[in-house]
Design a protein around this ligand. Structure first.
Ligand SMILES: Cc1cc2nc3c(=O)[nH]c(=O)nc-3n(C[C@H](O)[C@H](O)[C@H](O)COP(=O)(O)OP(=O)(O)OC[C@H]3O[C@@H](n4cnc5c(N)ncnc54)[C@H](O)[C@@H]3O)c2cc1C
Length: 252
């Protein structure tokens, strides 16, 4: 059975800006043996939130706050946990981490939690479908598969509004070049790039079919906003994919 940690204090090692409103936070493990499966999430507790000129906790809201974040790191890496966050409109903690959090700060971490994961012995071909910050657990799963040289195929279809919103774009392209078993497709719902030669529009069945020949040889992992996840499940069912071959995580 998996060990679940409660409020382990981990130090912020690095905060890496990825796009205008997204970033990765790395937490040093410093010898803590934090076992998890690729795709799972942790609870981050800010206890208490720091206040600065730029950031105040408003409206008598408690100064201790917790939020769920999927890990984007591979469990093979025992040096740090990484989460990938995108600031939400009117966001609170997603704004705090960008504005106030600094290397050296301590965050209380609980977990790992969740059933959206691949376990160590998984060897199936994977089709990862994500939108926006939904890339986070998919990145963990992808990194894990490539770290383990599974010899299985991995396809990713990643939807964003604009080109400048694509989180981990360079890293995904580098992985494609260095691992022939991995193929990544992007779609933009509000194309803002003249030379764009990826897909355009929301993820749909036609698009999925263009990414893969033998759809029944893949297991599907979908992560993103609830509407996107629900419509993709319908698309996959219409393409004949069995529901037992689809795993989902919704970010409300
Ligand atoms: C299983 C799971 C995994 C997830 N994984 C990820 C992930 O990998 N990456 C990711 O980006 N997200 C992830 N999420 C979403 C994440 O948990 C948060 O919901 C998201 O980051 C938004 O949190 P927030 O505090 O910024 O916004 P909210 O929780 O929506 O807070 C906004 C509210 O706070 C108020 N507010 C804003 N500023 C202040 C202030 N200074 N003082 C007082 N109140 C204020 C606003 O008025 C508004 O009402 C996940 C969610 C789940 C359920």
């Amino acid at each position: 059975m998996q060990q679940i940690y409660k409020d382990v204090g981990l130090e912020v090692q690095e905060i890496k800006r990825l796009t205008e409103d997204s970033y990765a936070v790395r937490l040093k493990l410093n010898g803590v043996k934090f076992d998890y499966y690729a795709g799972q999430f942790i609870m981050l507790k800010f206890d208490p939130l720091k206040e600065t000129e730029d950031f105040k906790v408003l409206n008598n809201i408690p100064k201790t706050q917790s939020r769920a974040y999927s890990m984007s790191s591979s469990p093979v890496n025992s040096d740090f946990l990484e989460i990938t966050s995108k600031k939400t409109p009117n966001g609170f903690i997603s704004d705090y981490m960008l504005k106030v959090l600094r290397p050296g700060d301590i965050i209380k971490v609980s977990g790992p939690y969740g059933k959206f994961y691949v376990d160590e012995n998984e060897n199936e071909n994977l089709f990862l479908i994500g939108a926006g910050s939904g890339i986070s657990p998919l990145m963990s799963i992808l990194r894990f598969y490539l770290d383990k040289s599974k010899n299985s195929k991995v396809i990713m279809l990643f939807s964003n509004k604009k080109f400048s919103d694509i989180i981990w774009y360079d890293e995904l392209n580098t992985m494609q070049k260095t691992h022939e078993e991995f193929k990544c497709f992007f779609t933009l719902t509000q194309k803002d790039h003249e030379d764009w030669n990826g897909f355009e529009g929301r993820i749909n069945g036609e698009m999925i079919k263009k990414c893969v020949g033998d759809i029944n040889n893949y297991k599907f992992y979908i992560c993103g906003p609830p509407l996107m996840v629900d419509s993709t499940i319908i698309d996959l069912k219409n393409l004949g994919v069995e529901i037992s071959r689809i795993k989902i995580e919704k970010y409300d």
